[in-house]
Design a protein. Structure first.
Length: 169
């Protein structure tokens, strides 16, 4: 399903609108315009003492059962580092000691039939102590692997498929 199929009606007047291009909803009835901008998402690369990367196995769609990195979406008025600390604490109960920008990669996140274009921002992190985390509702399990030992078909999202094989370890 494309976003053209999802965004059919104007949020202001409820009449038929159109997706003017891949980024803008344009209502010919009332003149309302809504720009579909990229959403910011953050992900933590947390390594154990042996240099293995912490992955979470997703417990829900999209991509249930595949490997992901801890993280999530940036809230309004929140910087990336704060968002990452919040998301990692919410998901895993871990306080991060260091958070350093590594790189960003564009991605497409298909959720409930809507394609969200994201900018996934990756950070290398160190936890205040070696985490002993337990799975929760969002996480099926915690997996530690060397990046070179992770195959592409195990990885949940395209941005991570570009990140992991090129990680310098």
């Amino acid at each position: 399903m494309s976003n053209q199929d999802v965004f059919k009606y104007c949020p202001r007047c409820s009449k038929t609108a159109r997706l003017a291009d891949s980024r803008k909803i344009d209502c010919p009835n009332c003149g309302f315009k809504l720009y579909l901008n990229t959403a910011a998402a953050v992900a933590a690369m947390i390594f154990d003492a042996d240099g293995r990367l912490m992955f979470i196995r997703r417990n829900h769609d999209p991509q249930k059962g595949l490997l992901d990195l801890p993280g999530g979406f940036v809230d309004f008025n929140e910087d990336g580092e704060t968002a990452l600390r919040r998301e990692v604490f919410e998901e895993l109960g871990i306080n991060l000691e260091t958070v350093e920008y590594y790189r960003s990669i564009p991605n497409v996140y298909n959720y409930a039939g809507v394609l969200y274009h994201t900018l996934d921002i990756f950070f290398t992190c160190r936890a205040k102590n070696q985490p002993s985390v337990k799975p929760n509702d969002e996480i099926m399990e915690i997996v530690y692997k060397f990046p070179k030992d992770v195959s592409e078909d195990e990885i949940a999202f395209d941005s991570m498929k570009k990140l992991i094989p090129n990680f310098p370890l």
